[in-house]
Design a protein around this ligand. Structure first.
Ligand code: K7E
Ligand code: CUA
Length: 594
């Protein structure tokens, strides 16, 4: 009983601190500072480009948001797990993107962690991956065209939350389950509840193998040499209720020895479950999983750019636990791998780095970012806190520029805040999500700018524009099925089936009209034959719920049934020229089939 009240007290104290700290911070914005100097730092003149791309997860919006930094200008929102008719993404049954979403878990996803492909420990600008916590999916976005090109469902996982690239050369993508449930899910049976860490092929997204973990897993990272996969574990209690999950004062960072797991795989020490090789470390000859104790319900899991330490941010403990990676398999008790445990403030969630020996931890309850010196904290020097800055409000992730590579630029830090409260014009009881940009190039942090977004970015990663912009495609190379100008036509291929081919170029479709019969299945192929960048055309068909965007050089195919008789205009949806409104034609649906 006493324990129950202790827990209740703790939960209430936590909740009231949140309320308290979020309601009295309005005075601390940098209103008294030299605003011109701040404005100059984020102002990017017309025609000039931002220095960084920022990729933010869209959370329950199911997408990836792309901003330019430091301006905070939104460049694009890439649809991943949600339909987006403007781009013709997953909005028409029969199309590849639609069928892929339907087959893997449906038309909504909850994206949390964008990660970028690495070569030699630095971003190579090829791919970005993002998880869907709600439906245990992962997607790959091709950065040459900022388009989702692959999605896979990960078996034996509940709430695919943490994902990370295995450095330095993206050998695997790791992904872990935050919730525990039966493996495999054949019937209700609490005794078989478990959570796994999955090792995925980065391109095909196929699950190469999985390792069963002795508790739940939250957020993960890898060591810089490819040896270790790390994950924070906040429910070593294996609790099923909140009271049970916070019962103990100690949880862990789990460390998986990747080469040891691969050897177990080679020795056949696995079971195939749901088509995946699953290793149970309890049954393996070699030690595969190490648990390093971390207080209490830790959240963020972050490896320093030099690869020396992995850090667990305490969440319910005001500390960050710094673990010496080189010691993990050398010490007699895992606790001896802990190099330091600095106190940083209330509600530490995530930690990021500037590459100059400093860590930056987000404090959810304190609504602050705290900058602290890693070497001092490890040496036990009490002056390890370098600076603190108030943010608005309740920061979740914080990420510094290129902090996840071996060469952080230490220039900017983004604070991804959960509540915006009084920061922007009100738009109803629910306010926009908020990001704050902080200059971390000096000793003191400088809060520069805030910009809103759709709900709700969890995490962000950045690329230097000079490393990515030159790799972005200008036009598509014509596909084998591309329609050419002289080949626009209608072709009946069966009693109830018609192929329609047409081109699109300013300001005309290849066909002014085409005729089909009621009930015909229409296979439409449209090629945009423009050779100029940015001359996208759209094809929308009134009353048929159809819209696709076709980029220069691109060919799109859609299939639909012409089930309504009469005249239906199709028109271009992207304003492409002075004759854009005239860029249209008619689908004539006859009544021959009755
Ligand atoms: Cu902290 Cu899903 Cu990375 Cu949200 S998680 S904040
Ligand atoms: Cu083509 Cu508007």
């Amino acid at each position: 009983m006493k324990r129950y009240f202790t827990i209740l007290f703790f939960v209430l104290a936590f909740a009231s601190m949140v309320a308290l700290f979020t309601s009295c911070k309005s005075g601390s914005k940098n209103d008294e500072k030299d605003l011109t100097a701040y404005a100059r730092e984020v102002y990017v003149p017309i025609g000039q480009f931002d220095k960084y791309y920022a990729f933010l997860s869209g959370g329950q919006s199911g997408n990836v948001l792309i901003y330019g930094l430091p301006s905070g200008r939104q460049l694009r929102s890439v649809p991943v797990f949600e339909p987006r008719a403007a781009y013709g993404y997953a909005n028409i049954p029969g199309t590849e993107s639609y069928e892929r979403l339907k087959a893997t878990g449906g038309f909504w996803g909850d994206t949390h962690h964008p990660i970028l492909s690495e070569t030699h420990g630095d971003y190579d600008g090829r791919f970005l991956w993002i998880n869907d916590k709600a439906n245990n999916r992962i997607a790959r976005i091709d950065l040459s065209r900022f388009e989702t090109v692959a999605i896979a469902k990960i078996p034996n996982i509940n709430a695919l939350h943490g994902i990370a690239v295995v450095s330095p050369d993206t050998k695997y993508i790791i992904g872990n389950g935050e919730f525990r449930a039966e493996i495999p899910k054949t019937k209700y049976d609490v005794s078989t509840y478990a959570s796994v860490m999955a090792f995925l092929d980065p391109i095909s997204l196929e699950t190469r193998f999985e390792v069963i973990m002795p508790g739940n897993c939250d957020i993960n990272d890898s060591s810089k040499d490819g040896r270790w996969a790390f994950t924070t574990m906040y429910d070593l209690e294996k609790g099923l209720t909140i009271e049970e999950m916070i019962r103990r004062d100690e949880d862990a960072i789990g460390a998986i020895d990747i080469p040891a797991a691969e050897r177990a795989l080679q020795n056949g020490e696995f079971q195939v479950i749901e088509g995946v090789k699953v290793i149970d470390p309890q049954k393996a000859k070699e030690k595969i999983v190490y648990l390093i104790p971390v207080p209490k319900n830790p959240h963020g899991c972050d490896v320093t750019p030099d690869g020396k330490y992995v850090m667990g941010s305490g969440k319910l403990s005001p500390t960050v636990t710094v673990i010496d990676i080189a010691k993990i398999d050398k010490v007699s008790h895992p606790r001896d791998a802990i190099a330091g445990q600095p106190e940083v403030g209330l509600g530490p969630l995530h930690t990021t780095f500037d590459g100059r020996g400093n860590a930056y931890t987000s404090l959810f309850i304190d609504s602050q970012i705290v900058k602290w010196n890693i070497a001092k904290a490890v040496a036990g020097d009490p002056s390890y806190v370098v600076d603190r800055i108030d943010i608005h409000y309740n920061v979740g992730h914080t990420q510094a520029t290129l902090a996840e590579t071996m060469h952080p630029t230490g220039e900017f830090l983004l604070s991804l805040n959960k509540l915006s409260k009084d920061m922007f014009l009100p738009v109803g009881p629910s306010m926009p999500e908020s990001q704050e940009l902080i200059d971390i190039s000096g000793e003191k942090m400088k809060l520069l700018y805030a910009f809103p977004s759709e709900p709700e970015p969890h995490d962000a990663v950045f690329m230097l524009a000079k490393d990515l912009a030159p790799k972005v495609k200008q036009v598509e190379q014509p596909a084998p099925n591309a329609v050419t100008e002289e080949k626009s036509r209608t072709e009946r291929i069966g009693p109830h089936e018609v192929n329609v081919y047409m081109t699109a170029i300013r300001s005309k479709f290849g066909l002014d009209s085409f005729e089909v019969q009621k009930g015909d299945t229409v296979h439409l192929t449209v090629t945009n034959i423009e050779t100029v960048r940015d001359m996208t055309h759209g094809f929308a068909l009134e009353d048929y719920g159809i819209n696709v965007a076709i980029d220069p050089g691109q060919t799109k195919q859609i299939t639909f049934v012409a089930d309504k008789p009469g005249t239906y205009w199709y028109y271009c949806t992207w304003f492409c020229s002075a004759l854009h409104l005239e860029m249209r034609g008619r689908m004539l649906v006859g009544e021959i089939h009755g």
